[in-house]
Structures are given as structure tokens and as C-alpha cells.
Design a protein around this ligand. Structure first.
Ligand code: ATP
Ligand SMILES: Nc1nc2c(ncn2[C@@H]2O[C@H](COP(=O)(O)O)[C@@H](O)[C@H]2O)c(=O)[nH]1
Length: 206
């Protein structure tokens, strides 16, 4: 039987590289991708809304979700929990729709263990200096948190080898264009596989 499941796309990369910015620009265009909203124990930043940017929860609530295996992956990142609701991802893929996750590196590696058929995209900064500028200029972190995020970034960049694609975020529009090309290419790849499978089945029948 040819499966018609959706494809799981995972966008990841170091803090401040522009994952959130690129993801929002991608979803501002017409897209067939379904964004999976994460849970977090981080407090909302100005303008962030529950159920839109994140599901904001208390620490004990997220710990319960972890215990009950309700998260497909989770990570403790710079003092807060972040995680992907399992049910939404599994049901959406099952219904044939593609799911898009925007998560940090530890979580992406966990997803890769459970969904090796997923498509893993690493967003890379034009330079480390530019990465620092982006975190500092965003103005959402204290000096200490900027330092922690930069330290985490160095370790995260070492994990780049585990990804299927690397996209340099020089300009947001370039990065979005490249991600759209990856999505199209992955669909073509699966259509080719399905076509070959169909041919093999037909030749069995003859
Ligand atoms: N291509 C770009 N050129 C210039 N600035 C950018 C670009 N992409 C993102 N930025 C800026 O860099 C800062 C960090 O971006 P963003 O918050 O999207 O990063 P992130 O990877 O999601 O970070 P975190 O992992 O910490 O959530 C923001 O101020 C954003 O406006
Ligand atoms: N492992 C996971 N990481 C996640 C998830 N949702 C978001 N993130 C990543 O956390 C950091 C920090 O995010 P911020 O909003 O506090 O700046 C960033 O790299 C996000 O991509 C998740 O569900 N799992």
C-alpha cells in the first residue's frame, strides 16, 4: 500500500540565528505546511499570545506532560522547558498534511531518533559576529542570558552534520525561498518513490 502521510519538516539552529523570524515569514505566505505550536515554561514576551506563539504553562504542568509522554520531544533550554505536543504532530501527519517544527538542536536530535524520515534543516548565521549582533539587538535577553545563548550556540553548530540541509540566513527572503525549494524537492522525491513502488506492484500483477 502506498502511504499518504504528511512530511515532517524540522527547522533548527543556534539561538538568535533567525528561526522564528524566518518561520513567521514562511507562514505569512500561502503555505500548505502546518505549524506545530510548542509548549514552554518561559514567560511570554511583549505581544506574545497563548495558543499563537506558544502554549505557556507552569513548570509542574510541563513535567506532567513529559511524564505522560505527551511530548514528542522536549528540552530544557537556558532555564526553561520547551516541547512539541505529540498528538498534534502524529494526527496531522497521519491525515496527510505536512508539519513544520521550529525547535532548538537537542530537541531536533530527539525527533530524528523517532522520525528518521523527517527532513532536518539547519539555519546557519552569515557569521558568528552577526549571530551575536542579532541576539543583542533583539533586546529580549539580559547580558547573562545573551552569554548563555551564545555558549549554547557554539555547541549547537557542532551538531550541524546531523542535518539534511543547511540554509544560511543572510536575508530572510533568501532563507524562505530556500526552505520552500526544500519542501518542493522533498515532495518530488516522495512522488518518485511512490511512482516506482506503483510500477513494482504492477509488474507483480502481470
Ligand atoms: N536575515 C536576517 N537579517 C537580519 N536580522 C535578522 C535576520 N533574521 C533574523 N534577524 C533578527 O535577528 C534577531 C533574532 O531572530 P529570531 O528571534 O528570529 O531568532 P531565533 O533563532 O528564533 O532565536 P531564539 O532561538 O533565541 O528564539 C531578531 O531581532 C531578528 O529580527
Ligand atoms: N526542543 C524544543 N525547542 C523549542 C521548542 N519551541 C521552541 N524551541 C526553541 O527554544 C529556543 C528558545 O526559544 P525562545 O522563544 O525562548 O527564544 C529557540 O531555539 C526555539 O527554536 C520546542 O517545542 N522544543
Amino acid at each position: 500500500m502506498i502511504e499518504n502521510k504528511g512530511i515532517l519538516f524540522v527547522l533548527s539552529g543556534p539561538s538568535g540565528v533567525g528561526k522564528g523570524t524566518v518561520r513567521k515569514a514562511l507562514f505569512d505566505q500561502a503555505t500548505d505546511l502546518q505549524y506545530s505550536i510548542s509548549v514552554t515554561t518561559r514567560k511570554p514576551r511583549n505581544g506574545e499570545k497563548h495558543g499563537v506563539d506558544y502554549f505557556f504553562h507552569e513548570k509542574d504542568e510541563v513535567e506532567k506532560m513529559i511524564e505522560e509522554s505527551k511530548l514528542l520531544e522536549w528540552a530544557e533550554y537556558v532555564g526553561n522547558y520547551y516541547g512539541t505536543p505529540r498528538e498534534y504532530v502524529e494526527q496531522t501527519l497521519e491525515s496527510g498534511k505536512d508539519v513544520f517544527l521550529e525547535i532548538e538542536v537537542q530537541g531536533a536530535l530527539q525527533v530524528k531518533e523517532n522520525f528518521p524520515e523527517g527532513v532536518f534543516i539547519f539555519l546557519f548565521p552569515p557569521s558568528l559576529d552577526e549571530l551575536k549582533n542579532r541576539i543583542v539587538n533583539r533586546g529580549t535577553e539580559t547580558e547573562d542570558l545573551v552569554r548563555n545563548r551564545l555558549l549554547a550556540a557554539k555547541e549547537e553548530i557542532e551538531m550541524m552534520e546531523a542535518y539534511d540541509y543547511v540554509v544560511v540566513n543572510d536575508t530572510v527572503s533568501h532563507a524562505v525561498e530556500k526552505i520552500n525549494s526544500i519542501v518542493q524537492a522533498e515532495h518530488c522525491k516522495r512522488e518518485r518513490i511512490a511512482e516506482e513502488y506503483k510500477k513494482a506492484l504492477e509488474s507483480d500483477i502481470e
